[in-house]
Design a protein around this ligand. Sequence first.
Ligand code: AMP
Length: 381
Amino acid sequence: MEKKIKLLDKTFKPFLSHEEIEKAIDQVAARINADFEGCTDIPVLLCILNGSIMFTAELMKRLTFNCELVSMKLSSYVGTRSTGQVREVMGVTGSLKDRRVIIVEDIVDTGNTIQDLSRIVRERGASEVRICTMLLKPAVYDKDIKLDYVAMEIPNDFIVGFGLDYDEVGRNFRDIYVLDPDPDYHVIDHTMKYYILFGPPGAGKGTQASAMVEKFNLCHISTGALLRKEIAANTKLGLKAKSLIDAGELVPDEVVEGMIEHEFDTVKGVSGFLLDGFPRTIAQAEALDKILAARGEGVTSVVSIMIPDEMIKERIQHRAAIEGRADDASEDTINTRIRTYHEKTEPLIDFYRKAGKYTEIDGTGTIEEVRAKIFTEMDRL
Ligand code: AMP
C-alpha cells in the first residue's frame, strides 16, 4: 500500500488496503449469491453515483445470478421553508417497477441518504428493496432501516479512495485512506466536547444533527432513535418503552441515562458527542452532570433551536408523511408531546442559562439558514 497522499489542502494516511477491500467484497458477494441463487426474476443492482461506482463494479463481477445494472444520483438536500428535507432524483437509468432492487452504496453514516433512497425506490414501484453498503459507520448510524449486506464497519472518520472523494478528488485510489490530522494545519484539542441539541419536538434537531456531527467529528446520540431501535428489535426495554412513546409520554429517567452512559463508554475515535433529545428533565440534566463529572468532563454548551408552538405541529405532521414514525401519527400524541415539552423539558432552558451554557438559535428559516447560524455559534464557542 502506498504512503500518505495529499488531496487539495488535506493529508490522508493509509487505512484499508486494496486486498482487504477485495476480501470484504468477496464475502459480501457470497452472501448475496446465497440469497439470490436460483432466482427466476432479474434483480436490479442500483448503483448510487458517484461514490459507489468502484464498489458496484467489483461486486457485480462476483455475482453469479442474472442481474441488471441501473444507476442513479441524488441531488444534495434542497431545503424548503419549514418543510424539512427534500431530495431530488437525477437520472434513473432503468425501470424499477415490480423489480427486486439491491441498493448499492459506498458508505452509510447517519443513514439519511439510505432513508431517502429506500423511500424513492419504493415510490418507483420496486417489489422489494435490499441495501448493500461497502462501509458502515455504526457509531453514527441512527435509522431503523435494516442494512442487509455490509462489507466493512469503520469508525466515524473521514475517508477517501475506492470511489469516495474529498471535494471530488481521490476517487481513483485503489486503497482507502483516512484523514491525517496534520498538526501543521490544525491545533488538536484533546478535550472531549459534550454538546446538547435542544428544542421542542419538530424543531429540526435530527436534520441539523447530521451536518453538525460531520463538521465537528461528533457522535450523534439521539435517545429517541436509540429507543426506536430497541422497539424495532423487540427487546425487553423496547417493549417497556413502546406504550409510553406511543402515548407521547417520557420513558423513565434511569432508562435513558443508562443508554447515554453506555454510548459514552463504547464510542471511540470522536471529538465529542451531540446529545439530541437528552436531557429532557431537570433530573436527567443533573444525572448528566454527575456522569460527566465522574469522567472529569462537563457539558460544553447547549445549542437550542427554537420554533413557535404553531409551527411544531405543522413540522411534525410533515415529518409523519416522510418518516412514518408511530408517535408522529396521532394528534393526541403530538399534543401530549408538546405539553410534556413545556412542563418537563422547557425548565432546562433556565437550568442551562444559569450555568452560562445556553445559546438560542431561531429555527424558523430554511434548513441551510438554520445550519449556518448553528455553525457560526459553534465556531464561536
Ligand atoms: P424523539 O425522537 O427525541 O422525539 O423521542 C421520541 C420519544 O422517545 C419521546 O417522545 C419519548 O417518549 C422518548 N424519549 C426520547 N428521549 C427521551 C428522554 N431523554 N427521556 C425520556 N423519554 C425520552
